[in-house]
Design a binder for this molecule. Structure first.
Ligand code: FNR
Length: 186
């Protein structure tokens, strides 16, 4: 049966180029993957008191329940000040607690960073990978996906406007499907 993949978008704005690239990636994915966009913008900042007092926000619980059921997590994110956006770090933190009840372990991770700038969000990509190591998410090492100059690769319809970029995305998501099969929950 199809493997379930949660897609987390690191940008909360409606015209996000990261969201556009995530849709393009999904459109090019093999049928063995089934995707669900999971909102991270509605997660309150992590505060351990709320778990300790047995009153976690409903959005935390919904996020944890959804993520607990998936085989993989695909993070498509901008770079903020050479690191990951706070929204992404917060989602990773919320999913990692309460201690001993992290929902991350054993999942198959994928990281894509998208930027209008030339460096393609390298700093964010590796900051995310650093935390995924701590969370025991088996993150696909290659192919890497630092999508720089990304605004020029999108048409007015928000879709990728050239075959070369489409091929890069297809290769990434095809490799990720194989990675999930081998390294996700069996
Ligand atoms: C940015 N941007 C940015 N870009 C980059 O390549 N490296 C960086 O370190 C930063 N830093 C940064 C900080 C903050 C707070 C913002 C809001 C933006 C620019 C960023 O790549 C650009 O706004 C993208 O369009 C954001 O992605 P979305 O929202 O289009 O998906």
């Amino acid at each position: 049966s199809a493997k379930k993949i949660a897609v987390l978008i690191g940008s909360l704005r409606k015209d996000s180029i990261n969201r556009k690239f995530a849709h393009e990636l999904i459109a090019l994915a093999p049928a063995s993957l089934e995707f669900e966009f999971v909102d991270i913008g509605g997660l309150a900042l992590y505060n351990q008191d709320l778990d300790d007092e047995g009153q976690p926000p409903a959005a935390w619980t919904a996020f944890r329940d959804t993520l607990a059921k998936v085989d993989g997590v695909l993070i498509v994110s901008p770079e903020y000040n050479r690191s990951m956006p706070a929204a992404v770090k917060n989602a990773l933190d919320v999913g990692s607690r309460p201690a001993g009840k992290s929902i991350w372990g054993g999942k198959a991770g994928g990281v894509v960073t998208v930027s209008p700038g030339g460096v393609g969000g390298f700093g964010a990509n590796h900051a995310i990978r650093q935390s995924l190591v701590a969370l025991n998410v088996a993150t696909m090492p290659a192919p890497e996906a630092y999508i720089g100059g990304a605004t020029k690769m999108l048409g007015e319809d928000g879709k990728v406007n050239n075959d070369q970029t489409r091929e890069v995305l297809r290769k990434f998501i095809t490799a990720y499907a194989a990675w999930v099969d081998k390294n996700g929950p069996q």
